[in-house]
Each structure stands twice: as structure tokens, then as C-alpha cells.
Design a protein around this ligand. Structure first.
Ligand code: ADP
Length: 719
């Protein structure tokens, strides 16, 4: 168990805990209740405001009507007083009264009354009153005689006489025929003649409904009911085009001389309705809009809750995923500071999150490499790709807390925030130290295996070599013996003998060199160990193995045919390994022909050509029996062989080598009537930028061949 795992502080507070899971109901209930109260208050206030406005309107109307009423009464009184001006004769008075009645429609009846009532006993000499009626309606006292309705008038007249000022009577009802009638009020003025004669009274009867309608404008009459009422509320007279609503009512006392009237103004408007008034409509509209906004808000909040919950879950999921990862994750900002690491990364470097976050340079950089890593980082910040880095990742060395250096493979991608701004880099870090160790082990094993295979090949060649070296050594021996003979014959050497000796010495040298070259080619093959992928000309490659191939072919009498190789055709490969492949395949082909193929049909063809996708294909075909399906199935299995002296490693080694180069190895049986097998393998061609080396004629490949195949002349001359 890593100590890091226990030492690590919690990476972040548990996010789901930050988001309340339950839906808070109380705030919503409170919000809705508040809204309802606010709405009710608003409507209530608006209604109160409306009420107040309407009441004020009625009060104002009542005030205006009362003023107008008083003015009317005053005008009527003035008119009545003017009747007496200049002691008119009865005829003049009557004319004046008629004119007055004509001008003032509210005046219904005017009479000049003697001081003493004619009805009183003992006053029979008193002349009867002069009466004039309004021209606008039938005479007022046509249905009921005036004398029967004069009580209030006389009282008023008496008061007027007593005080010497006009006096109004109590109002009274004058019935008409047909059950109709009219409420009237009388005003009485004392009249005193300039000659100091007997005093009289002028009484005028005013129509109370007319008085009301004359005192109000048409507009006021349209919206209000005006009436005179008694103290107990009994209505005496009314005016107005409609009935009052009884809601907005104003009363005013109209003080008239000797009498007080109660004016009541009743607005036709009823209780304020909620919908029609503009203000109420506005309030309701706004409240509705508010309600809609609240509903939208609630929906929005719900979505937010859902989104927050989903986010919290996603974050928790992400955190769990990150912690379960075996890949180290690391984020850095634009300044190169580490801003995030996951658990796997901490375990990998053996440090805690707190030891890493915010550090620049980070503590997992080996001190000796800090300079180089900083340079790379600078390049990355400048938007360049540091050398050796690719999208497929790059390998580098990190330092564990224990001081151990280890190889990591890093895949880096830019970090871009929601606004599209580049904020840093996110890296996935893989600890490849174990993988590298295994690879190194495998490489060493491969190398050992190859060396063993080479030695095995050489072992096989040993007998061939002995035969091959026999010829030049025999030639050397015979030339040496001949030379000795010449030199042992005694006496001075003549010119012929000297020439023969020179020739023999030259042949000895040639044959020795030939033997040396054979030895060297084997030596080179065995000793070559360095592994380096380099661009190599295909013809040179074939040329290098050809002497050894021919060495093998010689024994079974097989012919080696190399088809013309395109000059300048190259492959990118490890020379030694590919030579080994070529040798194995040619050896297998030659051996396959040794059993059943007639000697003259034994032909091994080598062909090299360029193939698709920048590859070069090598074909080695023999005329052997071909490969049966059972053998084909196990062909590339290590240690599978059908030959008693075989090791069964050749083909599996070939496939490994070819695949290590990124190529493929396969085979096909030749189609009848031809029999045999063709092995093919591909190798990558080097990048095309290089200029091809000058072509070398294939004929030059025969140099070693000539060495390994001495002409009969050589043997003859040697002997
Ligand atoms: P080895 O040569 O030591 O037997 P290899 O791996 O080279 O091992 O070959 C395995 C077997 O494949 C051989 O024993 C042989 O039976 C078969 N084989 C290889 N090449 C050919 C070929 N060109 N024609 C027929 N059989 C082949």
C-alpha cells in the first residue's frame, strides 16, 4: 500500500453535499403568500383610493350645488324685491311678476298678499291677493285652493313682517290632479309703501325640483341625483337624470332666511368595481405579470436544481473515475504551474497533491533536467512543438519522491475554458518504466537469439567452408610446391624460372586473398552486432549475402538467379538482421529443393521491387515441393522443423525481424504446373528526400562470386 494514498488530503469537498437535494418548500409557500398579501393590499389600496376620489367628487359637487342654490335664491329674492320698486300699480306689478316668472322657471307662483289674511274674521274689507302663475305650467293651486295650503306661507309672511326681512316657509307638497304633485317652498317679503300705507307681503312659491335642476349643470345632473331631504332622511324633492347609487353621498345644509334646507347629492356611481378602473386593471395586470414571472422563475429554479443535481452527480462520477484511473492526470496553467493532479499521478511520483499543486518547477522534475524541461515548456508556451514531441505522446523522465528516476509517456492537450480561451495544458501520464525494462530484456534476448542463430548458420556452413577453402589452399599448396621445385633445382635461375616463380607467387597471393575473403565474409556475418536502422541500397544488401548464399547453393547444385534490382532502390533497415532474414529464406529454399527436385530444375530466384505505400518487397522463390497445409499452419512456430538437423528457429526469427521493421512476411505456393514456394517480405523505404546514390551495375555483384567460384583456369594454372 502506498503511503501516498493515505497521506493524501481530500481533493475537494464532496460536491453533492454542496447542493441541497430536497426541494425547499417553505420559501416558495412564503413567496406565494407574500405575493397574495401584496396583491390584496394593492387592490385594497386601489379601491380605497377610488372610493376616496369618488367621495371627494360628490363632496365637491354638493358644495358647488349649494353655492349655486344660494345664489339662485338670492337672485329670486332680488327679482321679487324689484317688483315693489317705485310703488307700482297693480297692473304694473302684475306685468313685473309675469316677467319675473318668465325669467325664473323655478318660480311657480307669485302673489301680493294684504297684511291681514282675508280669511280672518273682521277683515272682509281687505282686498284679495293678486296672483300670477308661471307661464311654463298650469296654475299651481288649480287642484287644491290656495287658501288650504297657505298656512306655512302665512307663517313665513308673519315672520317676514316681524323681522322686516324675507323669510322662507317650510316646504310643502302641492298635489295635482292624477295623484301627481310637487314639493314647493314659499318665500315671503314684507312690502312697505313709500307713502307709509298699509304693508303687504309678496309671496313667491318656488319649485324645489326646479331649484335643484337650475342650480346644477347638465353634466352634474347626468352623474348625480340631487335632492332636498328632511332631517330624518325623507326625500322632499329630487332632480337628476338617474338614480343615485347610494354609495357616494354628500349632504349640505342650505341656510335660507328663516329656513334651513338639507341638500343631498348622491352619485350615480356604484361601488368601485375591480376590473374597469384603469388603476385596478393596471394593478391586476402587473400582478398577473408578476405571477407569470414567479411561475417562470419557479420553472427556472426547478431546472437549475435539476442541472445542479446532475452536475454534482457528474462531478462525483468524474472524481470517482479520476481516482480509479491508473493513468496519471496533470493540468498546468500558462505559467507552467501545476493546477491539478489525480490520485494515480500522486501515487506514480510518490508525492502528495499539496506537494505538487502550484509548484514551478514541479518536484517530480529531475534536477539535472530542469533546464531542458523549462526550455521545452517555453517552446510549448510560444505555441511551438518541442522536438521529439508528437500528438502520439512523448517520452521523458520523472523523479519519484524516493529519488528514483523513471520513464513516463506523456500525452498533452491544450486546456480550453468555456469561453474558448487557452488556459493551460492537460496531460495524461503513463509510467512506462516497467514496459521499458521488459523491452530491454526482450531486446537482449533477441540479440542473444540472433547471435545463436547466426552461429548455427555458421555451424552449418563450416563443412561448406572447409570444402570451399580446400580449393584455394590446394592451389596455394601446389603453387608453393612448384615454386620450391623451381628453387630446389639448383643453379641460377634463368629468366623462365624466375617468371614461373613470380607467377606462382602471384597465384599464391591471389588464392590466399580469396581464402581470406571467404573467411572474412563469415567473420563479418558472425561478429556484426550493432543494430541501427539506416537507409541501404537493396542491391548492396543482396550483394553482401550473395557469396554466402552461393556457398550454400553450391552443395546442392542449385542456381541462384537475381533479377535486376532497380538502381537506387533503398530500404530503411538494420543491415545485419535483414541479411540474416535473406540468408534464412534462401537457405530454406535451397534445402527444400535438395530432396525431390531434379538438379537441373533447382533454381532459386531473388527479386526486389518497390511496392505500394513506400515499401520494398523482397521475393525468394524456390522449385521445391511447396508447403503442405499441415506444415503451413505451424510454419512460424518457434522450434517447428521437419528437418532432422533443423532447429526450427529460422522462420520465426525472420518474422520477428521483419515485423520489428514494420513489414510483413508471408508465403505462397507456386501454382501448378510449377511447384515450389515463394516467400515475400516487405521493408519500409526511407523517406524520399534523400538523393539516390549513383547506380551500381548488377554485374559488379559477381566479384565475390568470382572469388568463391574459381575458374577452371585458376585451378589448372595452380596445378
Ligand atoms: P529449420 O530450417 O531449422 O527447420 P525453419 O523455421 O527455417 O527451421 O523452417 C521450419 C520448417 O518450415 C522447415 O523445417 C520446413 O519444413 C519448412 N520450410 C521452410 N521453408 C520452406 C520452403 N522454402 N519450402 C518448403 N518447406 C519449407
Amino acid at each position: 500500500m502506498s503511503p501516498v494514498s493515505t497521506a493524501l488530503p481530500p481533493v475537494a469537498p464532496s460536491l453533492p453535499s454542496l447542493v441541497s437535494r430536497g426541494r425547499p418548500v417553505l420559501p416558495w409557500v412564503m413567496l406565494v403568500a407574500l405575493l397574495a398579501v401584496a396583491q390584496t393590499l394593492l387592490v385594497g389600496l386601489t379601491v380605497v383610493y377610488e372610493n376616496k376620489g369618488a367621495q371627494e367628487q360628490v363632496d365637491a359637487a354638493a358644495a358647488a350645488v349649494s353655492i349655486e342654490l344660494r345664489q339662485h335664491a338670492e337672485r329670486d329674492l332680488e327679482g321679487l324685491q324689484a317688483l315693489q320698486w317705485n310703488d307700482p300699480t297693480d297692473a304694473q306689478w302684475r306685468r313685473g311678476a309675469e316677467l319675473l316668472l318668465h325669467r325664473h322657471p323655478e318660480l311657480l307662483h307669485i302673489e301680493k298678499r294684504p297684511l291681514q289674511s282675508p280669511r280672518l274674521p273682521g277683515n272682509a274689507s281687505v282686498s284679495p291677493p293678486i296672483t300670477v302663475d308661471s307661464p311654463y305650467r298650469p296654475p299651481l293651486f288649480s287642484h287644491v285652493p290656495r287658501t288650504e295650503m297657505a298656512a306655512d306661507t302665512e307663517l313665513a309672511c308673519a315672520t317676514a313682517q316681524r323681522h322686516g326681512t324675507p323669510a322662507f316657509s317650510r316646504s310643502y307638497f302641492v298635489p295635482f290632479s292624477g295623484g301627481q304633485g310637487i314639493e314647493v317652498i314659499d318665500v315671503c317679503l314684507p312690502v312697505s309703501h313709500s307713502q307709509g300705507g298699509a304693508s303687504e307681503s309678496v309671496a313667491a312659491t318656488l319649485s324645489m325640483p326646479a331649484l335643484l335642476s337650475q342650480s346644477a349643470s347638465m353634466e352634474l345632473l347626468r352623474g348625480h341625483e340631487l335632492s332636498f331631504v328632511e332631517a330624518d332622511g325623507t326625500r322632499l324633492a329630487r332632480a337628476g337624470l338617474g338614480r343615485g347609487g347610494g354609495v357616494y353621498v354628500a349632504q349640505r345644509l342650505i341656510d335660507l332666511p328663516g329656513q334651513t334646507l338639507v341638500l343631498r347629492v348622491d352619485s350615480a356611481a356604484g361601488r368601485p368595481r375591480l376590473i374597469p378602473p384603469l388603476a385596478v386593471s393596471l394593478v391586476l395586470g402587473l400582478s398577473l405579470a408578476l405571477g407569470v414571472v414567479v411561475v417562470l422563475l419557479v420553472r427556472d429554479m426547478r431546472r437549475r436544481y435539476a442541472a445542479e443535481n446532475a452536475l454534482a452527480e457528474a462531478l462525483a462520477f468524474r472524481r470517482a473515475m479520476e481516482d480509479s484511473l491508473i493513468t496519471g492526470m496533470r493540468a498546468r496553467d500558462l505559467q507552467g504551474r501545476v493546477t491539478y493532479v489525480n490520485l494515480a499521478f500522486c501515487r506514480m511520483v510518490g508525492l502528495t497533491e499539496a506537494q505538487i499543486i502550484g509548484c514551478n518547477p514541479p518536484p517530480y522534475w529531475p534536477p539535472e533536467l530542469v533546464g531542458e524541461y523549462n526550455r521545452r515548456q517555453q517552446l510549448r508556451m510560444d505555441g511551438l512543438r518541442p522536438p521529439g514531441e508528437s500528438q502520439q505522446g512523448f517520452e521523458t523522465i520523472f523523479l519519484r519522491g524516493s529519488g528514483e528516476r523513471f520513464a513516463v509517456l506523456i500525452f498533452e492537450a491544450p486546456l480550453v475554458d468555456g469561453g474558448g480561451r487557452h488556459t493551460g495544458w492537460m496531460s495524461a501520464v503513463l509510467d512506462v518504466s516497467e514496459q521499458r525494462r521488459v523491452e530491454e530484456l526482450s531486446r537482449q534476448q533477441q540479440e542473444r537469439l540472433q547471435a545463436t542463430a547466426r552461429l548455427a548458420t555458421v555451424g552449418e556452413m563450416a563443412s561448406l567452408l572447409s570444402h570451399e577453402l580446400n580449393q584455394p589452399l590446394a592451389a596455394i599448396a601446389s603453387y608453393a610446391a612448384g615454386s620450391l621445385n623451381v628453387m630446389g633445382s639448383g643453379g641460377g635461375l634463368d629468366a623462365d624460372a624466375a617468371a614461373a616463380l613470380r607467377h606462382a607467387a602471384m597465384r599464391i597471393a591471389e588464392q590466399a586473398e580469396r581464402a581470406g575473403r571467404v573467411i572474412k565474409s563469415v567473420h563479418d556475418f558472425v561478429r556484426r552486432r550493432e543494430q541501427a536502422h539506416e537507409p541501404l541500397r537493396c542491391d548492396v544488401l543482396i550483394e553482401a549475402v550473395l557469396p554466402l548464399v552461393r556457398l550454400q547453393a553450391r552443395k546442392s547444385g542449385a542456381r541462384i538467379e537475381v533479377e535486376r534490382i532497380e538502381p537506387g532502390l533503398r530500404v530503411q533497415c538494420d543491415r545485419t538482421m535483414v541479411e540474416q532474414v535473406l540468408l534464412n529464406l534462401t537457405r530454406n529454399g535451397i534445402q527444400a529443393m535438395e530432396l525431390d527436385t531434379p538438379v537441373k530444375a533447382r533454381e532459386l530466384r531473388i527479386k526486389v521491387a518497390s511496392a505500394a505505400e513506400g515499401r520494398v518487397v523482397f521475393r525468394i522463390s524456390d522449385r521445391g515441393p511447396g508447403i503442405s497445409p499441415e506444415v503451413a499452419q505451424r510454419l512460424f512456430t518457434p522450434f517447428f522443423t521437419t528437418r532432422p538437423e533443423g532447429m526450427g528457429l529460422g522462420l520465426s526469427l525472420c518474422r520477428t525481424v521483419v515485423e520489428q521493421h514494420g513489414g510483413t512476411l508471408d508465403f505462397t505456393s507456386l501454382q501448378p504446373p510449377a511447384s515450389g514456394t515463394e516467400f515475400r517480405f516487405t521493408l519500409p523505404a526511407p523517406a524520399p528526400a534523400r538523393k539516390p546514390a549513383p547506380p551500381r551495375p548488377l554485374s559488379s555483384l559477381t566479384t565475390d562470386d568470382a572469388v568463391l567460384n574459381p575458374t577452371p583456369d585458376d585451378a589448372a594454372s595452380a596445378t
